[in-house]
Design a protein around this ligand. Structure first.
Ligand code: ADP
Length: 389
């Protein structure tokens, strides 16, 4: 009996221990499960945080892009459009059917069913702009990503470059052809005729000089397109005095009086070499386009934090309709006079580049048969800025 009791006691004790162990392990499991749930929640929150953060970054990038981005799903629904797309297309299409211009819609459709990327350029809107749309399939089901860029400015620059190359080639071709003709004439017998030989050799010299002037102006222009080095402190009155002296003989030969007026001015931050080029081109033009008996007045003064160079002549003047274009490369009002007097058609383009590289501007006023005044305004070095506190 005692044994039975003992066994029962042991059994009960074992059961109690078992139950205790069982409840302890259940608690452990519970705690583990709770821990796992907590960890899962934490990582879920982290994922949510990360994906919210990623979404924010993605949205910021997409909305600050200059390219328009449109995502079209396999059913032709537009599921995403950024701000630039709305700007470029004038709205956000809900589906492919609403995507205009139609050329872009057709291109996007084509990319969806062929699975191959394509690009189209279309002219649209008033004022007209050129848009380049690239349609890129993004899966096998027909979803397409359309990226739209405004290429109006790029196309304009391309046209300017093409025109420039054509003009430059034409300018170089004329003296080159003339050199070839003169050399052939000399070789074909003119060498034996001293007066003719002299004439053709002078022609060779003139054309060679013309070629080298064009090439030298082209090189200056291409250097200036990369900007000017503004490291020096330059006194424009001193530069003007040097250039007037340099051109004095030529002015005298042409019968044109030339005078410089200045009371001394503050320095400008810039390139002495480029500013000399600016002053030289303006005075040279004034002398070349002023008939015998006329005059050229150069003045350098300072006003409102600007140094002002004025080159005024009593020459032939420029018609009003040509005034806005005289700073363009190779633009000439009187082609024959420009050539006769050794012009390249690049002088005023050089002047404008130098002025702009120095943070300044050049303007012109002119009256036919009365004369022209070119004015260059450049900021004084270290002048307090208007917007500074
Ligand atoms: P160019 O080498 O032909 O003189 P520029 O670029 O210096 O070229 O000038 C462009 C054109 O502007 C000239 O061909 C000329 O027709 C006109 N022009 C420039 N300066 C004057 C001026 N002082 N008076 C009259 N016409 C001028």
């Amino acid at each position: 009996m005692a044994d039975a009791l003992l066994v029962a006691g042991i059994a009960a004790g074992a059961a109690a221990v078992g139950a205790a162990i069982a409840s302890a392990s259940a608690r452990g499991r519970l705690a583990r499960t709770r821990g796992q749930a907590l960890a899962a929640q934490t990582s879920l929150e982290a994922i949510e945080r990360t994906s919210t953060e990623e979404r924010r970054v993605r949205d910021t990038i997409l909305s600050s892009m200059r390219e328009g981005v449109l995502l079209v799903d396999r059913d032709g629904r537009c599921v995403f459009a950024n701000d630039a797309l709305v700007r470029h297309l004038g709205g956000s299409p809900a589906s492919l059917d609403e995507l205009f211009p139609t050329e872009i819609r057709h291109a996007a459709r084509r990319a969806g069913y062929t699975g191959a990327a394509n690009a189209v350029e279309v002219e649209t809107g008033v004022p007209s702009r050129w848009l380049r749309a690239t349609s890129q399939p993004i899966d096998d089901g027909g979803s397409v990503l359309v990226v739209v860029r405004d290429v109006t400015e790029a196309r304009r620059l391309d046209a300017v470059r093409r025109d420039f190359v054509a003009n430059a080639s034409h300018e170089l071709k004329t003296p080159a052809a003339s050199i070839r003709a003169a050399a052939e004439t000399l070789l074909n017998g003119a060498l034996q005729d001293p007066p003719a030989a002299r004439r053709f050799t002078e022609q060779l010299q003139r054309d060679a000089m013309r070629l080298s002037r064009i090439v030298s102006d082209l090189l200056d222009l291409s250097r200036l397109e990369g900007g000017s080095d503004l490291a020096e402190r330059v006194r424009l009155d001193v530069v003007a005095a040097d250039e007037v002296e340099r051109l004095a003989d030529r002015a005298e030969e042409a019968g044109v009086a030339i005078e410089l007026r200045t009371d001394g001015v503050p320095s400008v931050a810039g390139s002495g070499r480029d500013l000399a080029l600016l002053v030289r081109n303006l005075i040279d033009n004034a002398v070349r386009y002023t008939p015998r008996g006329g005059r050229v007045d150069v003045s350098v003064s300072a006003e409102d934090g600007k140094v002002i160079l004025e080159v005024m002549d009593t020459g032939m003047g420029i018609p009003q309709r040509d005034l806005p274009r005289v700073f363009e490369r190779f633009y000439r009002v009187d082609r024959a006079r420009s050539r006769e007097t050794g012009g390249t058609g690049l002088g005023l383009a050089i002047v404008r580049h130098v002025a702009e590289n120095h943070g300044g501007e050049v303007t012109v006023q002119s009256e036919l048969s009365a004369g022209s005044t070119f004015v260059v305004r450049l900021p004084v070095a270290d002048a307090p800025r208007g917007d500074a506190p």
